[in-house]
Design a protein around this ligand. Structure first.
Ligand code: NAP
Length: 289
């Protein structure tokens, strides 16, 4: 495994494994157990995925030392605010059945996320979490947060894939010392991601698959990436990305696929914000798209 070093010196695996939309707990536990066998150690869940208990159980029963894992979970928008976020963290820790969390994120820049951030700073100082960060924040929101906080977020987990490359934003975050982490690296297969001719040609050239090319492209940009799959053969495929390299021509071609537009989640669209708040009435978030 290769690692990125966060602003506080913590090592974060470059490649991880996500379990969004794996809300059957047995299936989630099995998926995590399979992923651990393949070699994944960065595991990404969230309170709103309703599967933290399965993730924690698989980690605890794995026989792999806890210190090898990098467990991430996130506070949902219903839990923003200093006291509520503190309580949500304790609930996540209990669901996971772990003594600490490696990375705790604010899931969305909605609600009282300044109060929530102060709770994360406190949890970090108390040693209950090894690193703190945010998700789905724009570069402008990060700059504003930076002017109003004591600890700058160490990570921003954002939608990032060949159709939505966010080059200036990523550069800015990198300049700010904030590790970029790509969610939905395949855009969940939407808009023909797996059959993009450019990606198919690059994959054929390297005797790799389109999924592997996409993951490799993230790794080479220093972006942590967390594909999801419930199929062991795809978990293994997605893990086999450390034995080839993209060349400049490949990267130039991939750059042409940028649509400069979110495929999954655009928080500048009013109906998207309403939709996320509507999950408060129906709390199982099954799709962000
Ligand atoms: P994704 O990883 O882009 O795509 C997952 C989809 O691709 C699944 O349908 C999976 O199917 C399929 N797939 C996986 N590997 C494949 C391969 N090698 N070939 C063909 N198909 C493949 O989407 P995602 O799950 O939305 O994103 C990944 C993780 O990011 C999530 O699990 C979650 O941890 C995180 N996330 C965070 C946010 C946020 O707001 N912070 C939002 C969304 C996601 P099978 O499972 O059937 O293999």
């Amino acid at each position: 495994m290769e690692y990125r070093t966060l602003a506080n010196g913590l090592k974060m695996p470059l490649l991880g494994f996500g379990v969004f939309q794996v809300d059957d707990l047995k299936q989630c536990e099995q998926a995590i157990k399979d992923a651990i066998k393949v070699g994944y150690r960065l595991l990404d869940t969230a309170m709103t995925y309703h599967n933290e208990s399965a993730v924690g159980k698989a980690v605890r029963e794995s026989g792999v030392p806890r210190s090898e894992f990098f467990v991430t979970t996130k506070a949902w928008i219903s839990d923003m605010g200093e006291e509520r976020t503190q309580a949500a963290f304790n609930q996540s820790l209990a669901e996971l059945g772990l003594d600490y969390i490696d990375l705790y994120l604010l899931h969305m820049p909605l609600g009282d996320y300044y109060g929530a951030w102060r709770a994360l700073e406190q949890l970090y100082r108390e040693g209950k979490v090894k690193a703190i960060g945010v998700s789905n924040f724009t570069a402008a929101q990060l700059i504003d947060l930076k002017y109003n906080c004591e600890i700058v977020p160490m990570v921003n987990q954002i939608e990032h894939h060949p159709h939505y490359q966010r080059v200036p934003e990523v550069e800015l975050m990198q300049e700010m010392g904030i590790q970029v982490e790509a969610w939905a690296p395949f855009a969940e297969g939407m808009h023909g991601m797996f059959t993009e001719p450019v990606l198919e040609r690059i994959a054929a050239k390297h005797l790799k698959t389109v999924a592997q090319v996409i993951l490799r492209w993230n790794l080479e940009a220093g972006i942590v990436v967390i594909p999801k799959s419930v199929r062991p053969e795809r978990m293994a495929e997605n893990f086999a990305v450390f034995d080839f390299a993209l060349d400049d021509e490949d990267k130039k071609l991939i750059a042409t696929l940028d649509k400069h537009k979110a495929s999954m989640l655009d928080l500048s669209v009013p109906s998207e914000v309403h939709r996320l708040y509507s999950y408060l009435e129906n709390p199982v978030v099954t799709s962000l798209s």
